[in-house]
Structures are given as C-alpha cells and as structure tokens.
Design a protein around this ligand. Sequence first.
Ligand code: NG1
Length: 454
Amino acid sequence: MSELIPPLRTIYGEEATSQAQRYAEALSAFASTYGAGEVLIFRAPGRVNLIGEHTDYNHGYVLPVALDRDTLLLARPRSDATVRLSNMEAEFSPRAFTIGPDIPPDPPGDWGNYARGAAQALARQLRRADRRPPLRGLDGLVVGGPPHGVPRGAGLSSSSVLTVVVALALAHVNGWQPDGVTLARFCSEAEWYVGTRGGIMDQFIALLARRGHALFLDCRPDTAGRYRMEHVPLPQGYHLLIADSGVRHGNVRGHYNRRVAACRAGVALLRARFPAITHLRDVQEVPWAELEPFLPEEVTVGELAERGIELEDVPGLTPDTRLRVRARCRHVWTENRRVQAAVAALRAGQVATLGRLLNEAHASARDDYEISCPELEVLVQAAQEADGVAGARLTGAGWGGCIVALVRDDAVPAFEAHVARRYQAETGRTPAIFACRSGPGAGLVIAVTLSEED
Ligand code: NG1
C-alpha cells in the first residue's frame, strides 16, 4: 500500500492516506474477481459547475470546478475485443460486450451503456484514423460508491465520469494517446449513445481540471476546432460548499432534451433575422430587445413543423410538446453574460460580485429555465440567508440534485448547521453537505502488479 501514497498525494493532497485504503480495497476486490497480474488504475473526477448552466450545448460559457470525488476503473488489458466490467457497488451487476463500431445497447438507463458508448466511439475513431484492429478490450472493476465516489444523479456529472474513465482506459490499452481536448470532445460525443444531447462541459472539466482552479471554458470551437479556456484560481478565504437535496427526478433526460429543443427552436426562429446562425451563442452580442420579437412565449413542435422547422435528432418530442422558447433563450443569453462577469470578478478577487452573480443565476434557472424544484428552493434560500455566504445557486442539470454556495472559511460550520436544520424542518430530509476540494483532471494513476498473495 505504501507505493500508492506518493501518486495519490499529488491527486488528493492530505487525503492520500485514506484514499490509499480505498485503492487497496479496490485492488483486492479486483484480484478476487480477475486473479493476479498487471492492473492499471484510472480515475476521473466529478465536477460542480460554479456558474453557466445549460449554456454548453448552446456553445456558450461555463465555469466548472473538478471535485476530489471520483470514479476509478481498475483495468487489465485483454488480447481479444471483449470488455468485462464489474462494479464495487453490488446494485450494478456485471456487464460484458465486444468492442466494435456498432455495439448494441443495454436497456435505456443501464449503467453498461456509458461504457458501451465509449467503446463504440473508440472503435469508430480508430477506423476513421485508418487504424485497423485488432481492438483490445479489458477486464475492469468500477469503483464509485460513497464516501469517495461522485454522488449519483446529483448534477455532479457521475455518469459522464464513467464514460470518461472507460474511454481513457480503452484508449490506453489500444495505444491511442490523444491530447486532453481531443479526448474530451471524443467523450462528449460518446455519451450521445445513452440518448442525451448534452454539451461538452463535463468531459472537459473531467479531463482538463487543475487543482485550486475553476475552468473558464468557451464551448464554441474556433474555425480550427480549438477551444478557448483559462484556469482561473478560486477565491482565497472561501469554501465552495455543496449541499445535496437527495431529490432525484425520474425524467431528467426527457426534461433536458426539451430544453435543448427549445434552444434549437429559438435558433431556427432567429434565422429569419440572422440567417447564418447555428447556436444561440451567435446572437450573444445582439441586444436582447432585438431578439425578443422573434421568440414566441410558447410554441408546439407541431406548430414549428408547420412553419418548416424540424427539431431533428432530439429524442422524445411529439407534435404536442410545448416549448417556452422566449424564456429559455433569455436564460441562456443572460447566463452567458453572468459567466463572463463572474470570471472578471474572480480574476479581480471581487467575491461579493461573484456571489451576487450566483444568486442571479439561480433566479434565472428557476424562473426562465424552470429547472428548480421545491427542495432546491429551500436549500438555496437557507444558504443565501446564512451568515458569511457570498452567494448560492442550484448546480447541474436541475430538477433535484445539488446546490453550490460560496461560504467564508470561518462561517462554514454555522452554514452547515443552519442549512441542515432548515432543510430538515421544511422537507423532513437530511441534506448531505460537503466541501468541494478541487482536484486535478482524469488520468492513469498507477500501474500495479498483483501477486498470488494479494
Ligand atoms: P449534469 O448535471 O451532470 O447531468 C448536464 C449536462 C451538462 C450541462 C448541464 C447543465 C451531460 C452529460 N451533462 O450535466 O453538459 O448541460 O447538465 O448545465 O449532458
């Protein structure tokens, strides 16, 4: 176990010793499933988004921070194209499939699909690059449960992290060594396999994070396909606290895709005035008053079709699906401005301004994008009224999950007590509150050889 400590210290700092225990337990579980021999350990972190919600798929701005909570994949390369995966969490039973360009999916919502998406994308990527197989699979063990894993379905990117860690491992065993940006783009497309038309934020922060920094990412590539990004130091003297409502909405994907559709409808309608645009980002510099007349309060998918507008490639829409186009686009337009202002405030050390922007972002997410829920409202109000809090907002896709609050170091214990008490009193639930210790991006942690005795 002592050989684990140095590489773990560079990732987890003072938590390295307790992490070593976790890694050692994972290695012994791997040995009992797959036997002695070489093991590669990969990790990918979850993230909290400080500000910039639902802007990524509109080619806008985001400001996420990687957590020190992560998913591990212990992997042993195979000589054939089979991928066998087991999971330390017993509720996820083992999965197996063969890597190839057309991998049949597990049932919708199944955990195996995140790995299948990564494997299929890799096979296609290598075929495009004219690197003919034989493809190599792996025997793997996924480690993602509490207390060190990324809380599931909480808007902290637990699912993307699984795609990222599997993609990292499969790329490694197949000798594909792309740079972080290429791999992040690749992973975001791989995740389309599961049926969300998501953006690129989660994969970029998982792969490109730097400890102690948020990642300001412009989600619109330039004409050469490059992304503009900047690692911005987090404010001194403050903690980022995350409070998990414990609420998990059953149909986040359906709601999410409807928001994507509303934004796409907005783009299609704005083309009457700005014919060349492809994303809402393209009208970011146009005053809102000039955009509003083109954006109806509400329109159905059927009415759009009558006007010749088809929202292709968004699962789950019917002609009766109603889209609140104006409010959705207004959120995206104002949120992009808030992210830019938040980065300026961070650079200038203006924590009060940053906090105000977080509060405004929450109001916009609640009223214009309608992604909040009663429990998140209780949490945000409790957080915003606590002493020493610069600002607080819901984070992630929404409809449950977590809030993030910027809390002065000395006010952390009182914050935790106040928020927990109010949340418990008003909802009967106990929130999980924890500090975001920002960690580095995903990668290969260590290669270990397990002997028969391990
Ligand atoms: P979460 O909250 O982790 O499900 C989702 C999207 C992000 C982004 C946010 C909203 C995926 C994989 N993740 O994240 O890209 O759009 O919602 O800002 O689609």
